[in-house]
Write a protein that binds this ligand. Structure first.
Ligand code: GDP
Ligand code: MG
Length: 299
């Protein structure tokens, strides 16, 4: 039976790559749910951040950035995951950068045309708007682009105006039951989150095309009281990238492993022993079977 006083619903967070969608989910849930780097196309999956209050539960749907271009299967899969999340959303937050509207934002807006639920425009990174007086004209011109239910400028990284955004999110929720336990913060399991944290460190440390050809898989996970033992396999899609990832005398991989371990220990509140191995699998990002094995939903 539906609890009359309880509200719950899905809020899809969409936008072109790099606008700060994952940063927003982490800030609202107050935990690292989704990895963040300065590189576009960091988020590859649809990831839920769950925020529960006394009388509500919001499922914040972090999505891969919607983008034109690459025909690789992984890119199509990412776009489909993002656009698919719009179907069952009760509210859409469309994130752009407050520093300026781009063609890539138009591309996303075209895909929002058929969405039935209200769409709130969320211009992020207001801290970067210079001079400050440029914000108002940006908001005015943006409001003419679509019939937005509201426009809420924020800084996700500096946690500016998130209270106002949360108010709007909560007021949009339909009556509904709790779908996740009250203490859940995400729908993703430990293996997924561990692999993602390692991928975040890899993406930050590597350049050019190497980060985009990476996948991380947890091969072994063992809990021994206050120590967690993890073995991960890092997949690259070209043999020549193995050496780049490992670095001179293994220096790169060591640095990446140390950074990942620190984060894992903070997120899971436990000690970690992390072992990494690099393997190559040619063109995995364009291979349906490989993608499926690595947890991508191919439909
Ligand atoms: N200056 C500034 N940078 C931000 C803000 N929010 C996110 N970023 C940065 O923008 C980059 C992309 O963020 P991310 O959350 O991964 O974007 P996503 O691709 O949309 O998920 C990262 O370097 C973030 O630190 C913000 O409010 N201000
Ligand atoms: Mg992201």
């Amino acid at each position: 039976m539906t609890n009359k006083l309880f509200h719950s619903g899905y809020v899809a967070i969409v936008g072109r790559p790099n606008t700060g969608k994952s940063t927003l989910v982490n800030a609202l849930v107050r935990e690292k749910i989704s990895i963040v780097t300065s590189k576009p196309q960091t988020t590859r999956h649809r990831i839920l951040g769950v925020l529960t209050g006394d009388d509500y539960q919001v499922m914040l749907v972090d999505t891969p950035g919607i983008h034109a271009g690459s025909r690789k299967l992984i890119n199509k899969t990412m776009n489909r995951a993002a656009v698919g999340s719009l179907t069952d959303a009760d509210l859409v937050l469309f994130m752009v950068e407050a520093t300026g509207w781009t063609k890539a934002d138009d591309y996303v807006l075209e895909r929002l045309g058929s969405v039935r639920c209200p769409c709130v425009l969320v211009p992020n990174k207001v801290d970067l708007v210079k001079p400050k007086s440029a914000l108002l004209p940006f908001l005015e011109s943006s409001s003419r682009r679509h019939d937005f239910a509201d426009i809420v400028p924020i800084s996700a990284a500096r946690e500016k105006n998130l209270d106002r955004l949360l108010e709007i999110v909560l007021s949009s929720l339909p009556k509904g039951d709790m779908l996740f336990p009250a203490d859940a913060r995400t729908d993703r399991n430990a293996e997924f989150r561990i692999a993602e944290i390692v991928r975040e460190k890899l993406m930050e440390a590597l350049y050019q095309e190497v980060p985009y050809g990476l996948a991380v898989e947890v091969a072994q996970l063992q809990n021994r009281g206050d120590l967690t033992l993890v073995e991960v396999t890092i997949w690259v899609d070209q043999e020549s990238h193995c050496g780049i990832v490992v670095g001179n005398g293994g220096a790169n991989l060591k640095r990446i492993g140390t950074a990942a371990r620190k984060d894992l220990e903070a997120v899971f509140n436990n000690r970690f022993h992390l072992q990494t191995r690099v393997k190559s699998r040619k063109n995995w990002s364009d291979n349906a079977r490989a993608l499926q094995q690595l947890g991508y939903e191919i439909r």
